[in-house]
Ligand binder design. Structure first.
Ligand SMILES: Cc1ncc(COP(=O)(O)O)c(C=O)c1O
Length: 487
């Protein structure tokens, strides 16, 4: 059975011709099958007659006849100057099964998306990113196109060490940084789910291994996704109370607390919004040092602080007791899938063991692009621009509430991309329903509450102000204000 693997100028074409029947009809069948199966996509340019004929050991006329037949049948199109191509309507589109959660069905999307979580997608710095990618690709040595180092590219680790020290007060050196695909990936690596959550793997460190069976303390309000990720890894989470000074880290030292690790969002408590009080920052590091414990610092939106200097990372107070974790999910886009861990020295080896011999998650090309983006100053410029942009959005939210719902207090507005609207007791669920009725998507505060949280719940709504397109933001605020409970 002759096979073809023609590298035409436009397409790489693999055909297998049946032995039976005429060569012409065997070629027609093979081409039709390739189009029908989607292996030859609409618009694909087919190899010239001569190239395909030579490759398959056929007469040139046989190929010309087969192409003509398929053009007549509507599978192919032939136009002077542009060669023979797969017709655009040749293959009936195959129905695609879309999982229910995939956010592709825009018809069912709410009119106004005020859910927290995403930066402004319209502000992704496409031109600057492209320029950085072009420069990074041009400068990359050939070895960069081989399998990736699980530590991450040295160019990126160097750039991050500089940036994190300068902008976030992290005590970082490239040897302590491991690149990953984001915060969730870092959690999986730390708690032994290197392969993405399906196959539990070994816990990467003796310290964490010895913490097996011990719970990890988390803030009593946080992302349920992260709690369930830990639960899937077999790690129980216990809630630490939070108040206006952030997590009550003193509870870690209480006799009832068995936790050996604590997960915190110190720069901007997620989702309630305050920074961790300076005394508590020092206290949690002291606790970890005294107890042989570990602080996991989630610095998810540390760059976006509006009214004062950014709150630096806790990691700077005790690099041997803190795992600092950041990603570009808020500063650039969650689609990039790049993050980093700055590790205590004794955890570098175990985390690398958990990653395996080769980089399997974070694209080396994106790593090089991000390195260039950082070193060239484009990252700083983008963050500065977005800080202005989000500050204006926050101010518009606060002004709209002051005007239309002055009885609602709003907190957590000094930083980040979301705020918490505090509601009269007992009105959270009805306010969330009213919001949905007005086409506003947002999250009730209770969604973030740890199921075992001991402190009383204060009714509230978490409002993300980054996501709507600029032209749609005013209407989203109007709809939100209409939905809020009256005085
Ligand atoms: C609390 C919190 N932590 C971390 C992240 C970052 O997650 P990832 O890096 O996995 O996209 C987010 C979302 O961007 C978040 O809301």
């Amino acid at each position: 059975m002759p096979e073809s693997k023609v590298n035409s100028r436009d397409s790489d074409l693999h055909l297998e011709l049946a032995a039976a029947g005429s060569r012409r009809s065997a070629l027609i069948t093979a081409l039709r099958d390739a189009v029908r199966a989607g292996r030859l996509a609409p618009g694909t340019r087919l190899p010239p007659y001569r190239a395909l004929a030579a490759d398959l050991g056929l007469a040139r006329n046989t190929v010309a006849d087969a192409y003509a037949e398929l053009v007549a049948e509507g599978w192919l199109t032939a136009r002077q100057g542009s060669g023979t191509r797969v017709a655009h309507r040749a293959a009936p589109p195959k129905p695609v099964r879309v999982p229910k959660s995939a956010p592709t069905d825009t018809s069912s999307m709410p009119a106004h998306n005020l859910r927290q979580g995403q930066p402004d997608a319209a502000s992704f710095p496409r031109t600057a990113w492209l320029a950085a990618a072009r420069r990074a690709l041009g400068a990359a040595p050939n070895e960069a196109f081989g399998p990736g180092d699980p530590r991450g590219r040295i160019e990126l680790r160097r750039a991050l060490a500089d940036y994190l020290a300068r902008a976030r007060g992290v005590r970082a050196e490239p040897g302590r940084i491991v690149i990953c695909s984001g915060f969730a990936h870092a959690l999986r690596l730390l708690f032994g789910q290197g392969a993405g959550g399906v196959v539990p793997g070994p816990s990467p460190s003796s310290r964490l291994r010895s913490s097996r069976g011990y719970p990890i303390a988390v803030e009593s309000y946080g992302l349920g996704f992260h709690r369930s990720l830990l639960a899937t890894a077999g790690v129980r989470t216990v809630p630490l109370g939070i108040d206006e000074h952030g997590a009550r880290v003193r509870e870690l030292g209480e006799a009832t607390s068995k936790a050996r690790a604590v997960l915190l969002t110190p720069a901007h408590q997620f989702p309630t919004g305050g920074p961790l009080h300076p005394e508590r920052r020092a206290a949690v590091v002291d606790w970890a040092a005294a107890r042989g414990g570990l602080v996991l610092e989630d610095d998810y939106d540390g760059e976006f602080r509006y009214d004062r200097e950014p709150v630096g990372a806790v990691q700077g107070l005790g690099p041997e007791h803190v795992v600092y974790i950041g990603s570009v999910s808020k500063s650039l886009s969650p689609a990039v899938r790049l993050g980093w861990m700055v590790l205590p020295e004794h955890l570098v080896g175990p985390v690398l063991d958990a990653k395996g011999e080769r980089e399997a998650w974070a694209s080396v090309l994106d790593q090089l692009t991000l390195a260039e983006f950082l070193v060239s100053g484009r990252y700083d410029r983008h963050v500065r621009r977005m800080r202005q942009h989000y500050r204006k959005r926050r101010d518009r939210l606060v002004t709209a509430l002051a005007e239309h719902a002055p009885h609602i207090t709003v907190t957590g507005i000094a930083a980040g991309l979301h705020a918490v609207l505090h509601l009269p007791a007992g009105t959270e669920q009805s306010a969330a329903k009213a919001a949905a009725w007005h086409g506003v998507a947002l999250d009730p505060l209770a969604e973030f509450r740890h199921p075992e949280a001991a402190t009383a719940h204060r009714d509230g709504l978490v409002v993300g102000y980054a996501t709507p397109a600029e032209h749609a933001y005013g209407a989203a605020l109007d709809a939100l204000c209409r939905a809020l409970p009256p005085v």
